[in-house]
Design a protein around this ligand. Structure first.
Ligand SMILES: [Zn+2]
Length: 506
């Protein structure tokens, strides 16, 4: 590392340590903290977050940066930096600029509106009263528009919001992808609906929770999750968090009647965790040892969950291992029957319960609404009607009420606009990455069948994880695969997989 960068690295490591403390407090709140301590925990978190914000906006941080970078342009002020060091410095400057772009009064207003909006959303959702949440949503939309103005970026306000989660990605890139994806998936869904395929029912059994836990841990070990640098616990909503790359925590949840609830979340969060554990130690504390974007993060979880652990090669090799835990529960069920059953397409009103085929349609709906809200083309009052119409057109079902419709997700009450598209982008990135891995790793599907998945983990470490935030998501995909980001690999994969499961031409 260039000597002139050292004061900046020290300042960055302090920032990272503070965010690790904050993440630890949040993790504890979701897993072990006694309920009674919620108010004190909120105070502790607010204190750490304000110290962290003060550090990032401090005179010391600014002068450490001014030593090496022109504060107006983000260009290096010193000679002799490597290309990676220049990229790192530019990313640090960009983060700093964004933090400083928002006036303190605005940050306070946003944080109050978020706390209140989230509270009101919870009540409105429970009571199925969209109108009670509408004024808070309206306020949040206005604040998001203001935030985009403060960012002062070129292009559409919504582009500036997307940039917080998927750097460099714009509506102009996403629109053609999502238009093609939506039409292709609606077509696949309609064709599947004509199928007369039947499935075995595995929902009647009771699946011992200790055995579910043990089977999940077996698979995490096969994937190469490092239990010396991470752990798994239980929580109501599964998540991944990291305090640093040597302490990555995942959570899962159990349903005694649904084996797949814990299995899916363990693998999904395990995929996120491998990303965090795989970051490059050399760049610790800097943006080059941070995940690139939410979409790339999601590509890692979806790759392991859908393309590895819900694939035929996986179950061809693992159904007998599962039966060692649940011998009686699966009497008379074959590996193929099990594989087909767990991959059934069952359209749902609820995004988080959606199957692999229809999931992206839920995202298209939210993306279209966000764009229209931020542009001012859609009034908040029109939301429930539009939501229900599009659900009927896209997913083929109409929500019975707003609780299961427009009020189901927490994101908008939190002010997370521009976040949703990253879920669907994750599928596109993930599929392209998996197919590239298939072409570079000899007999990848044979290894998945045998549970020897370290070659895939190492490939992802080298190609994706170690890059950190060294480039943009679409450049990363093109660099690794030699192809432009496209919906074709994902759509073809759905057609092939589900055509075989449903025995229809897709
Ligand atoms: Zn995820």
């Amino acid at each position: 590392m260039h000597n002139a960068l050292l004061p900046l690295i020290t300042a960055l490591k302090k920032k990272k340590a503070l965010s690790g403390v904050s993440a630890l407090l949040s993790w504890d709140q979701e897993t072990y903290m006694p309920e009674g301590s919620i108010e004190q925990r909120a105070e502790q978190l607010a204190l750490i977050d304000s110290i962290s914000h003060a550090h990032h906006t401090s005179h010391d941080f600014k002068s450490a940066m001014a030593e090496v970078v022109d504060l107006k342009t983000g260009l290096p002020r010193i000679d002799g930096l490597t290309e990676s060091e220049k990229t790192m410095v530019k990313a640090v400057w960009r983060d700093w600029q964004k933090t400083n772009a928002l006036p303190t009064a605005f940050v306070e207003e946003l944080s109050k509106a978020t706390a209140l909006g989230q509270h009101q959303w919870g009540i409105a959702r429970e009571q199925n009263k969209f109108l009670d949440f509408a004024p808070h949503l309206q306020k949040m939309v206005e604040l998001q528009r203001k935030k985009a103005v403060f960012y002062n970026m070129e292009g559409h306000a919504y582009d500036a919001l997307i940039d917080d989660y998927e750097p460099g990605m714009k509506m102009a890139d996403i629109n053609p992808l999502f238009d093609a994806l939506r039409d292709a998936i609606i077509d696949i869904r309609k064709r599947i609906e004509t199928s007369k395929a039947t499935f075995v029912d595995i929902s009647e059994s009771h699946y011992d929770i200790t055995k579910q836990w043990d089977f999940g841990v077996d698979i995490l070990n096969e994937m190469g999750f490092d239990f010396k640098r991470g752990r798994q616990d239980k929580s109501v909503h599964p998540f991944t968090t990291e305090f640093n790359r040597n302490d990555v925590r995942i959570t899962t949840r159990f349903n005694p009647n649904d084996l797949l609830e814990s299995f899916s979340s363990t693998i999904h969060e395990g995929g996120h965790a491998l990303y965090e554990q795989g970051l490059d130690a050399y760049w610790d504390g800097t943006p080059l040892a941070e995940a690139m974007s939410l979409g790339i993060h999601e590509s890692q979880s979806l790759l392991w969950e859908n393309y590895v652990c819900y694939s035929w090669p996986f179950w061809d090799g693992h159904f007998n291992k599962l039966k060692q835990y649940f011998r009686y529960e699966f009497t008379g069920v074959s590996a193929e029957q099990f594989y087909r059953t767990i991959n059934q397409v069952q359209p749902s009103c609820i995004r988080v319960e959606a199957d692999e085929v229809t999931y992206s349609l839920h995202i298209m709906l939210r993306y279209e609404i966000e764009k229209a809200l931020i542009s001012g083309d859609l009034d908040v009052a029109e939301l429930p009607t539009l939501w229900n119409q599009r659900m009927a057109d896209y997913v083929g079902i109409t929500p019975p009420n707003d609780t299961q419709g427009v009020l189901q997700d927490v994101h908008w009450s939190y002010g997370l606009f521009g976040y949703f598209p990253t879920y669907a982008l994750g599928n596109l990135y993930g599929r392209m990455l998996f197919e590239q891995a298939e072409s570079e790793i000899p007999d990848l599907n044979g290894s998945i069948r045998r549970g020897e998945m370290l070659a895939l983990k190492t490939w992802l470490n080298d190609k994706v994880h170690k890059v950190g935030r060294g480039t943009t998501p679409s450049e990363l995909i093109t660099h690794i695969t030699g192809k432009e980001l496209s919906v074709t690999p994902f759509v073809n994969y759905l057609k092939e997989k589900y055509g075989a499961i449903y025995k229809v031409k897709l």
